[in-house]
Design a protein around this ligand. Structure first.
Ligand code: ATP
Ligand code: MG
Ligand code: MG
Length: 369
């Protein structure tokens, strides 16, 4: 089998198509909202029905978690060609996602459902600080309201969210980490080292990999991701975001797809997460990945392209998307022998990094096993 269909017309599918070409495999992309097939890395779109796609492609994967406007969700859930069907039935709704984590005994932020507005006050009594999250449709911090201890609850549209949100305890984490790994159709698994992530206003700004001082955390992280992939009978790349609290990992959320915090693998490893995703689906036996020193990934958010960036250290990946304030438009990957070695390169990128990224780097450098 050498032909995979990815649902979604964005940059993640494009990166899968590029990776596929390295081994002569084919990933075509299907934009369900426009019923257009985008062959490989070409933008020459072909109108085609979803039914015809289902016939034509033996393996179907996704670059997004939900397809609310296209009516595909039920078809995907029922098609044994869709390697993410188990994940699509569970992950897009935070209620079913958190319930699965509880069932698997995987630590996650304590939570309750927001069924009526009064549940919010009760959760504050119970948890102190809370994070309210829409059950579905949120990303990049949209659909998330963080209310610290004694914070202003009026900012949360509790009546509007009743029946459609969960409330989590606000976790005083030391840092945010993630793991990206792959599972093949035959159930073999492979993982990258834990990555440290820094979010601002709910949006990932900076990733550093391998994260420092994770010797005791790597295996537990791998075991959690492996357990989740097995439970969902998933094939391809999946990511789990964690909070590190008191030297332990707690799952924040699961992303059943290639993930922004794994973008560093393009330059930071010999095989990227996009390669692994395609190999896992196309029946290429899973193989070792070598990581090259340390990598940083800087997200470029709401800033139009500047050719001067090409003079900076690192490699720019630009998605060619329309400009919108707050939108992820591209990223830059930097690789060095050590975290300290990334500093000069990151300084060159400081204008697209928010104030304070140096503090993250300092704290990472200060961490010891
Ligand atoms: P993504 O774009 O990663 O899909 P999202 O919109 O789905 O993001 P989350 O990852 O759930 O949202 O939350 C965004 C960020 O908000 C987290 O990375 C973290 O910084 C913060 N956050 C979320 N939940 C909690 C919590 N329970 N306690 C403390 N901080 C939290
Ligand atoms: Mg999310
Ligand atoms: Mg997240």
């Amino acid at each position: 089998m050498n032909r995979v269909l990815v649902l979604g017309g964005g940059q993640l599918g494009l990166m899968m198509a590029e990776a596929a070409a390295r081994l002569g495999l084919v990933v075509d992309r299907y934009d369900p909202e426009r019923a257009l097939l985008l062959p490989g890395t070409s933008d020459l779109a072909v109108p085609i029905s979803w039914e015809e796609c289902l016939e034509r492609y033996p393996v179907i994967t996704v670059e997004r978690e939900a397809f609310p406007d296209s009516g595909l969700s039920a078809d995907l859930a029922n098609s044994d060609r869709c390697v993410a069907r188990g994940a699509l039935a569970v992950i897009p709704d935070r209620f079913t996602q958190k319930s699965m984590l509880d069932k698997l005994g995987i630590p996650t932020a304590p939570w309750v459902t927001l069924d009526k507005a009064a549940d919010l006050n009760a959760a504050v009594e119970q948890f102190g600080g809370v994070v309210v999250k829409a059950r579905s449709g949120g990303y990049d911090g949209r659909g998330t309201w963080i209310v610290g201890e004694g914070g202003d609850l009026a900012s949360v549209p509790a009546s509007e969210l009743a029946g459609k949100a969960i409330i989590e305890q606000k976790i005083p984490f030391r840092r945010e980490l993630s793991i990206v790994g792959a599972r093949s159709i035959s159930g073999e698994t492979l993982f990258y080292p834990l990555t440290r992530n820094w979010h601002v206003d709910g949006i990932l700004r900076l990733s550093l990999a391998p994260a420092n001082a994770t010797a005791a955390l790597q295996k537990p992280a791998e075991a959690m991701l492996a357990g989740i992939m097995e439970e969902l009978d998933y094939a391809g790349v999946m990511a789990v975001e964690f909070f590190e609290v008191d030297g332990q990992l707690m799952v924040n959320e699961i992303a059943p797809r290639v993930h922004n915090s794994g973008h560093w693998t393009h330059e930071g490893a010999d095989w990227s997460q996009f390669d692994l995703h395609v190999h896992a689906l196309a029946g290429v036996p899973l193989h070792a990945v070598n990581v090259h020193g340390c990598a940083a990934m800087v997200n470029i958010i709401g800033t139009p392209f500047e050719s001067a960036w090409l003079q900076h250290p690192g490699v720019v990946h630009w998605y060619g998307k329309d400009y919108r304030p707050g939108r992820k438009l591209g990223h830059a990957n930097l690789v060095a022998d050590s975290l300290e070695g990334l500093r000069a390169g990151l300084d060159a990128w400081a204008d697209v990094l928010p104030d304070g990224y140096q503090a993250v780097l300092e704290s990472e450098l200060a961490l010891v096993d």
